[in-house]
Design a protein around this ligand. Structure first.
Ligand SMILES: NC(=O)c1ccc[n+]([C@@H]2O[C@H](COP(=O)([O-])OP(=O)(O)OC[C@H]3O[C@@H](n4cnc5c(N)ncnc54)[C@H](O)[C@@H]3O)[C@@H](O)[C@H]2O)c1
Length: 260
């Protein structure tokens, strides 16, 4: 168990990738704070159609320790409450995973300003908030870790005029925080998923999904566990000298682009 007794907050932990990260952290012995706007898992049109057990309940059913905290990561008071509640419950904080994210399809003409603000607010601005309130506690940990979830869309166009720049911003904000926190021994890294089978993909057609599979060199789409295992590594002692990197976990999606 490489994360035994470490305390981790995972935002957006009720569904999809966040749920996968929570379950892998718990399997590795971490105490997991599941932070989400809703406790009930989302049920997708294509993926996670039958998941009904809340993440924290699932962890406790298998002998782990977990706490659900309702939180909207775009709201400062809600984030402040989340961090206070996590530290009050488990006594400390070692790991922050910023995973909560939203996507809305649309281009410069169909997205309205409120959509742009919401997408950037949840996918980028919220990370500043959670880090602002978590960092004082991470500085008290001997193994402080921040893992931010971006996307392959951080590195190329096609993700829309709000989502793609927000994810690119996540990569560079993480590098900046890595520099700020290096002297404290805290690492900050980004994981950039390719297509992962979660409810966020409900807006796609079956032909779109086949197109994503065709663009993925490895012969399957990703699963939340694939991202969960990468996060376990970056949160573990094995990664104590890795900071400021953006790790694609994408089945090879970015390999033809060759920028990393
Ligand atoms: N699934 C993919 O193919 C893929 C690819 C690249 C990047 N990502 C990124 O991975 C992350 C997780 O995506 P997913 O596919 O699991 O999505 P999902 O929609 O399946 O799950 C997202 C979770 O975040 C929660 N959430 C949404 N807004 C929130 C808010 N304001 N505050 C707190 N929680 C909130 C939702 O309730 C949900 O439980 C996102 O940042 C997404 O952009 C996903």
């Amino acid at each position: 168990m490489v994360l035994k007794d470490r305390v981790a907050i995972v935002t957006g932990g009720s569904s999809g990738i966040g749920r996968g990260i929570c379950l892998e952290f718990a399997r590795e012995g971490a105490c997991v704070v599941v932070a989400d706007v809703q406790e009930t898992p989302k049920r997708g049109k294509y993926h996670e159609k039958d998941i009904t057990t809340p993440t924290a309940v699932e962890i406790e059913n298998t002998g782990g320790r977990a706490l659900f905290v309702e939180c909207d990561v775009s709201e400062e008071a809600s984030v402040h409450h989340l961090i206070d509640r996590a530290v009050a419950h488990f006594g400390k904080l070692d790991i922050l995973v910023n995973n909560a994210g939203i996507f809305k399809p649309g281009d410069s003409q169909s997205l309205v300003m409120a959509d742009w603000d919401r997408i950037v607010g949840v996918n980028l601005r919220a990370l500043f908030l959670t880090m602002k309130y978590a960092i004082p506690h991470l500085k008290k940990s001997k193994t402080g870790r921040i893992v931010n979830i971006a996307s392959v869309h951080a590195f190329h166009g096609g993700g829309g005029p709000a989502y793609a720049p927000a994810k690119a911003g996540v990569v560079n904000m993480t590098r900046d925080i890595a520099m700020e926190l290096g002297s404290h021994g805290i690492t900050a890294n980004t994981v950039c998923p390719g297509y992962i089978e979660t409810p966020i993909q409900d807006y796609l057609t079956e032909a779109d999904i086949q197109h994503c599979l065709d663009k993925t060199p490895l012969p399957r789409l990703g699963k939340p566990r694939d991202i969960g295992r990468a996060c376990v590594f970056l949160a573990s002692d094995d990664a104590e000298w890795i900071t400021g990197v953006a790790l694609p976990v994408d089945g090879g999606w970015l390999a033809p682009i060759g920028i990393l």
